[in-house]
Design a protein around this ligand. Structure first.
Ligand code: GLN
Length: 291
């Protein structure tokens, strides 16, 4: 391989990405080729089309070091989205933070269901609560897609509160309030709808998850206690006091939790209870309506 004046091997963008793929594969990173390329686009501030056009160009030492640094991070199984600092959700660019759960595409099903219900109600001024808001991805998307809806977003974590506030400003959400609250502790209003993707993984399942999640995402945002149902129980028990008449509750659930979560809603006399599947065909959302 040719050598430049500083004695470094000359390398094209394409060759550098190939080295990135090799290193990620050595560390068993899933989809190593996709991540190595996305990290190169991130470091070189190019879109994919520019990369295709420029891939035979030689890279400079500085940009090469930056790329090697992010490849090292990804080799430690730090999630891609914590390295790039963003994740797309409902077509919006959400900032991420290491102490806060990364938005998941599965969660988009919950937002779509909320949108349908808001649309069907034809109400000018609805108020919605996003309980356990994390990055704010659910509530802020609902607000952005339904002008006129007021959204309150709450979470127990300071990092989540800070990140939701940042995302609301970044996405220029008009009508929102961010509340630091342990579930309903600091909530003193009634809503037309409560949406929530609470922590729902059974405590002893967490150790078996992929390293990206197990070692790098916050346990606080994952752990639903031994039965995974702790937050569904706590939220459902109190929800009727915080819902207007005929108000809706929408939960994201783990794919084996539909029966249990529906039962919790039945026990509290919710009506119109149903389950919605995600695109993979797994049970993903449970909906109920206050009697
Ligand atoms: N509501 C946020 C999300 O869906 C955070 C969820 C959580 O922290 N469990 O990404």
């Amino acid at each position: 391989m040719p050598v430049n004046a500083k004695g470094n091997r000359r390398m094209t963008q394409y060759q550098l990405v190939a080295e990135g793929i090799k290193k990620l594969n050595e560390h068993n990173v899933p989809d190593a080729d996709i991540d190595a390329e996305l990290l190169w686009l991130f470091v070189s501030k190019q879109d994919k089309m520019a990369y295709i056009m420029n891939r035979q160009e030689e890279v400079t030492g500085a940009v090469r070091s930056s790329y090697e640094a992010v490849i090292d991070k990804r080799s430690e199984r730090i999630p891609l989205q914590y390295i790039t600092g963003t994740q797309c959700f409902m077509g919006y660019d959400f900032e991420t933070a290491p102490e806060v759960l990364i938005p998941r595409y599965d969660t988009e099903v919950l937002v779509e269901q909320a949108n349908h219900l808001i649309h069907d109600l034809h109400s000018d001024k609805m108020s919605v609560l996003d309980m356990c808001c994390g990055s704010g991805c659910i509530g802020l998307s609902v607000a952005l897609m339904n002008p006129g809806v007021h959204i309150d977003l709450c979470d127990i974590s300071d990092s989540a509160i800070a990140l939701t506030t940042k995302n609301a400003k970044r996405l220029a959400v008009a009508d929102y309030t961010v509340i630091k609250s342990d579930l309903f502790e600091k909530i003193d209003k009634k809503y037309d709808m409560i949406v929530s993707n609470p922590p729902y993984i059974e405590s002893d399942v967490i150790d078996g998850l992929m390293p990206e999640v197990r070692d790098h995402e916050p346990r606080l945002a994952l752990d639903g206690d031994m039965d995974g149902l702790k937050f569904y129980k706590a939220i459902t028990e109190n929800a009727e006091s915080y819902l207007n008449e005929k108000g809706y509750i929408l939960f994201e659930i783990g794919n084996h939790q539909a029966y249990d979560v529906q039962q919790l809603l039945v026990d509290r006399r919710f009506e119109e209870i149903r389950v919605v599947k995600d695109l993979a065909g797994n049970d993903r959302v449970v909906i109920g309506r206050k009697a």
